[in-house]
Design a protein around this ligand. Structure first.
Ligand code: BEZ
Length: 172
């Protein structure tokens, strides 16, 4: 499994930004994680599923609530990933009002989940194998902190913990 000090695996995720007002929809566009993370400080969080209660009511809203503080503490970008397709992730972000603050990066092929080993097996409950719930502070592609949740919990991968970790690990 992924650990602190590792490079974020180089995989392709997909990003779709639905139309908003007069703007056109964008994508789905491939996002090469290695290229997209290069030179940046990223607050990454992974969730088991778009539109699920824990992710929609608690996990993602926390990152929106703490957006200004996360940016002020040095996050260049906030990424949310899940084992859903790009359209589902894009419309989930729109429903949540992410408005460009959080990049909704679809791991529809499970490539990041497989490469990191950050998996949650919910087979037999109608969910199959999904992304685990976690967060990671990623700096220039390297994992600085990694917070993996026990099933059903949002205790260590929340935005407040990420904010504390950004403050404790300032850019050199
Ligand atoms: C959740 O509430 O976050 C959740 C529920 C079922 C499956 C995965 C996640």
């Amino acid at each position: 499994m992924l650990k602190v000090g590792d490079q974020l695996p180089a995989v392709t995720l997909y990003e779709y930004v639905p139309a908003d007002g007069g703007e056109c929809a964008l994508g789905p566009d491939p996002v090469d994680t290695a290229k997209a993370a290069a030179g940046k400080t990223i607050a990454l969080f992974g969730v088991p599923g778009a539109f699920t209660p824990g992710c929609s009511e608690q996990h993602l809203p926390g990152y929106l609530e703490h957006y200004d503080a996360l940016k002020a503490a040095g996050a260049d970008e906030i990424w949310c990933t899940s084992t859903n397709d790009a359209f589902v992730m894009g419309y989930w972000g729109k429903a949540q009002g992410v408005q460009g603050k959080i990049r909704m990066l679809a791991d529809g092929d499970g490539a990041l989940m497989q490469a990191t080993g950050l998996k949650l097996d919910m087979t037999g409950k109608g969910f199959g194998v999904r992304s685990a719930r976690y967060s990671a502070l990623v700096r220039d592609g390297r994992i600085v902190t990694l917070n993996v949740e026990a099933q059903g919990e949002v205790n260590v991968s929340d935005a407040a913990t990420m904010l504390a970790q950004l403050k404790a690990n300032p850019k050199a």
